[in-house]
Write a protein that binds this ligand. Structure first.
Ligand code: NAP
Ligand code: MG
Length: 494
């Protein structure tokens, strides 16, 4: 990192709150403890944040429960305007927020800018949805009853988000919660809290009333999220993260029969048929694989390639992957940053080693570069065998694993041979096949001749062990609303 950048980062960090947000005030943890936040490109501490615990958690959820009544009754336009102002503020600070994100998480600046815009779009989208919360009225089959349905905020929400998209994952939950009139207790990842804390401060500036959004950071997530779910004060859980943790929280939320939305892991198949436009398929694979250094739930985990084009695809991907510039994401021209931490790096190394031991060929990359920071060299593996561990585990790193197949049926059989079902991609020029395979894939989202499905206007989410519910799109706000049905006798005139 150049000295100029360091100075800029230092100035930025000085403005980011590092305490807990409870009832509109930034306060230290009751224990007084702090957690260091590290820059994964340098392994150096960049900030220290409050390490909240059970006492802090309980205070926060009590505030959220108390404020729910008044907040739930605010005019939709008022909530809409707060979100719209927050959108403007986030976009006005896009550069600063992007650099902050890169510094705490590692993704290259260009991608961080993209994520800031993506996050902001959720605020704008839900500012538009806040004033369109509808209902319906009808008459019972026998004509004797009026059935009037309205929508009410579900109540205080527990938000838990991962480190890989530190701003967007929070915005995708906070946006609809504000639009619907829900209060929140929010626990971002301990690895990347600064983006979330900066967003919370922006929402305050945008006029969000005290206590609507409360943020508790912690080194012991169970000691914060556990009491929230056990309190009986929160009515909804919305979680993005690993399937293992999601299942655990789903069990805890069941104790109070909470509404639950889960965005969990993926194991995306990326199918390239031999009739595909290979230029487009290579382009799409680079996006689906390398966005966020491969640390995405939507990452192409298994690239299934029809045998006729397998060698060609491997060679072309290797050329592209081998040419990527690896380094500190804050430096100009860098295309691949570090992984988030040592466990992530160890996992990628283990999965590559296992695939190679079972017969895969390393076409490019395959190891860590010799430099500080948690880097892994962009890698292409060809002829990956179906019994390799990476076929059933998220790689979460810059490793393209190519699995050859012969027939459409075989491709589908491999694609669906997983507990997960978040997203699937396919490349073909045959329209009929495109629809046929899309319909047969057991996933919540399909990229047909595209490597990117994320869009604030679209319903994001998975089936099977990839989750419950959808975020974004027209249905995104529904997850934060409860239907109330009013029955009334109906007598007709005359
Ligand atoms: P994770 O370990 O499950 O963490 C997610 C969040 O849960 C973090 O805030 C984490 O806190 C917290 N947490 C961990 N253990 C907990 C516990 N016992 N009780 C309560 N909270 C707990 O997942 P991750 O490794 O950070 O994130 C990567 C995973 O997220 C991948 O599986 C990826 O596919 C998935 N993901 C899914 C989507 C989607 O929309 N489907 C989007 C992005 C990522 P700490 O981080 O502070 O430990
Ligand atoms: Mg974790």
């Amino acid at each position: 990192m150049t000295t100029g950048t360091s100075d800029r980062v230092r100035a930025l960090l000085a403005d980011v709150p590092t305490d807990l947000l409870v009832d509109g005030n930034w306060v230290p943890a009751a224990s007084g403890r702090r957690i260091d936040v590290l820059n994964p490109a340098t392994e150096e501490p960049i900030a220290s944040i409050a390490d909240g615990g059970e006492d802090d958690a309980l205070r926060a959820v009590e505030v959220a429960a108390r404020v729910q009544r008044s907040w739930g009754r605010t005019a939709p336009r008022e909530r809409s305007e707060i979100l719209r102002s927050a959108f403007d503020l986030v976009m006005a600070r896009q550069e600063d927020l992007a650099l902050l994100m890169t510094t705490e998480m590692g993704k290259p600046l260009a991608e961080a800018r993209g994520e800031v815009a993506y996050a902001a779009e959720f605020l704008r989208w839900f500012s538009e949805e806040a004033v369109r919360i509808g209902g319906d009225a009808t008459v019972s089959g026998d004509g004797g009853t009026r059935i009037i349905c309205t929508r009410e905020p579900v109540g205080p929400c527990v938000l838990v988000t991962p480190w890989n998209f530190p701003l967007a994952m929070g915005a995708r939950k906070i946006g609809p919660a504000i639009a619907a009139g829900c209060t929140m207790v929010f626990k971002p990842s301990e690895l990347t809290p600064l983006s979330s804390l900066a967003l919370a401060e922006i929402l305050r500036e945008a006029g969000l009333p005290d206590g609507v959004l409360n943020v508790v950071t912690t080194s012991d997530p169970g000691s914060v999220v556990g009491p929230w779910l056990a309190s009986g004060l929160a009515r909804k859980l919305t979680f993005t993260g690993s399937t293992a943790v999601g299942i655990k929280l789903l069990g805890q939320a069941a104790q109070h029969v909470m509404r639950t939305s889960l965005e969990l892991g993926g194991n995306a198949p990326f199918i390239v048929f031999d009739d595909a436009d290979l230029d487009a398929a290579v382009e799409g694979a680079m996006v689906a694989k390398m966005r966020n250094m491969g640390e995405a739930c939507t990452a192409a985990n298994r690239i299934l390639v029809q045998r006729g084009v397998a060698d060609q695809l491997a060679a072309r991907l290797a050329e592209r992957m081998g040419g990527l510039v690896v380094g500190d994401g804050a430096d100009d021209g860098v295309q691949v940053g570090p992984l988030v931490g040592p466990p992530a790096l160890d996992k990628v190394e283990r999965l590559v080693g296992d695939a190679v031991a079972r017969g895969a060929t390393v076409v490019t990359g395959g190891s860590r570069p010799d430099r500080p920071g948690w880097f892994f060299t962009p890698t292409v593996l060809a002829d990956v065998r179906r019994d390799s561990a990476l076929m059933s585990e998220e790689i979460f790193g810059p490793v393209a694993a190519l699995v050859p197949f012969d027939t459409e049926e075989e491709a589908l059989e491999i694609a669906n041979d997983t507990d997960w079902g978040l997203v699937g991609y396919l490349y073909t020029r045959d329209v009929d096949r495109g629809f046929r395979v899309s319909e047969a894939m057991e996933v919540g989202m399909v990229g047909l001749n595209t490597g990117l499905v994320s869009n604030p206007a679209a319903p994001f989410g998975g089936v099977k062990a990839s989750g419950l519910g959808r975020e974004g799109g027209r249905v995104g706000i529904e997850e934060f609303l409860e239907i109330k049905y009013l029955a009334m006798p109906r007598r007709t005139l005359g």
